[in-house]
Design a protein around this ligand. Structure first.
Ligand SMILES: C[S@@+](CC[C@H](N)C(=O)[O-])C[C@H]1O[C@@H](n2cnc3c(N)ncnc32)[C@H](O)[C@@H]1O
Length: 206
């Protein structure tokens, strides 16, 4: 697969779909990467566009599949309540939509005990307000960073199979930090090479 900054999550999704029995997927933020992937790998896919009618119409002209249901709705609360009302559950929720509600999408999904919740761009903690993540104690958090010089992080929050995720090796990705659940603070990584050079500097002080 050609690497593309914006498709840095697809390798992670390949692994997610190989590990978990994902039949129904709900994504916020539709596009050229995740949406065709989900449509090809899940039985039912609901894709929510929150911001751009133009983008929504453009992607709709490109994907024609009976298992795909695109919707335009800015407010994720309306989306979750709509599916609550008809007792529809999802196996996976992907949060890749409007910046101000990315964290809300994740929290709404975990409140409903969705087995796998995937977050895109978790390296931008303050921009996407990931510090407001409220991770229940039964979830584990796993961060995957693309190795090729770009600081792109995809996070998986999972409420089962955590020991499998712990062992994952994803081509082109480092697993940054093993899971933790609450408290909900962002993961700050200390890279070993950085730590080592700091220690070396300290050791040189006479
Ligand atoms: C990061 S994109 C979603 C990508 C998608 N999940 C994927 O993996 O292909 C998130 C949002 O950015 C906006 N967006 C992205 N490209 C756009 C474009 N060329 N014109 C207008 N909006 C765009 C849309 O609102 C879209 O839902």
């Amino acid at each position: 697969m050609e690497f593309d900054n914006y498709g840095s999550h697809l390798r992670v999704f390949e692994k997610v779909f190989a590990t978990f029995g994902i039949k129904k997927a709900l994504e916020f933020g539709l596009g050229k990467f995740s949406t065709p992937f989900f449509v090809n790998h899940a039985e039912v896919v609901v894709s929510i566009e929150q911001e751009s009618k133009e983008w929504y119409e453009r992607i709709k002209t490109q994907i024609h599949s009976a298992n795909w249901r695109p919707l335009f709705q800015p407010d994720p609360r309306v989306v979750f309540e709509h599916f609550d009302a008809s007792n529809q559950n999802f196996d996976l929720v992907f949060s890749d939509g409007a910046a101000e509600t990315r964290c809300l999408v994740a929290n709404l999904a975990m409140e409903r005990n969705v087995p796998v919740v995937v977050l895109h761009d978790t390296e931008k903690v303050w921009y996407y307000r990931w510090n407001l993540l409220s991770i229940p104690a039964n979830y584990g958090r796993f961060n995957f960073r693309h190795r090729r010089g770009v600081n792109k992080i995809t996070t998986i929050l999972a409420n089962s199979n955590q020991s499998i995720l712990e062992q994952w090796d994803i081509p082109d990705h480092d697993r940054i930090l093993q899971a933790y659940s609450s408290p909900c603070q962002p993961v700050i990584q200390l890279r070993y090479d950085e730590v080592r050079s700091s220690i070396d500097r300290l050791n040189r002080v006479p």
